[in-house]
Design a protein around this ligand. Sequence first.
Ligand SMILES: CC(C)(COP(=O)(O)OP(=O)(O)OC[C@H]1O[C@@H](n2cnc3c(N)ncnc32)[C@H](O)[C@@H]1OP(=O)(O)O)[C@@H](O)C(=O)NCCC(=O)NCCS
Length: 170
Amino acid sequence: MTSIRELAIDDAAALGKLLDNNELDLGYMTHNPKNDVMRFASVEDYVSSLLEVEDARFFAIEHCDSLVGVISLLSIANGAAELSYCNLSPTLTNKGIMTQAVRLITDYAFSTTQLDMVYCYINNKNIASIKVAAKNKFALVGRSIKSNDVSRYEMTRTGWNRKKAKELRS
Ligand SMILES: CC(C)(COP(=O)(O)OP(=O)(O)OC[C@H]1O[C@@H](n2cnc3c(N)ncnc32)[C@H](O)[C@@H]1OP(=O)(O)O)[C@@H](O)C(=O)NCCC(=O)NCCS
């Protein structure tokens, strides 16, 4: 069972443990928590810095009641936000966890926060992440202006509501 909830300062210890794993490869991430955490004196300081970002929302991903990853809405402005996500438990990948987490945060984005669009940037070699976006029906809309190796995927509020209505009918 996968769920999301707002990240809290109490998650620091568990998050620190997950980020300390040498097997964890977050090389494709633009916003890489493994690198970011090193700029802080402690994981608590890192988490509290995240919670202070005014134009972002960070969520803990839980699977069977344990923290397994983080999913975020970044640069929230003008009705849009950038989606970023990482499964920090290498033994729990390819089990559908991120597909479900993206579904839950996209629901949140279009209901609770009233956004009109959610987008994400994915490296063209990051097949698992491309699959997560595709399974949630995000559309490939073009390349990142920063790198030809990175593509942009989008979901609109209308597209999401249409997808959910279709699911209800089937
Ligand atoms: C990418 C990532 C988020 C996927 O998380 P996850 O919990 O494993 O995702 P899911 O299990 O929901 O879906 C992954 C899908 O990719 C598939 N997959 C994984 N590696 C694959 C490969 N090399 N070739 C083809 N399919 C692959 C899985 O089989 C699964 O698809 P399926 O459900 O149809 O079988 C996770 O690997 C991760 O956090 N990676 C590091 C950080 C990162 O890259 N974040 C995204 C930045 S844009």
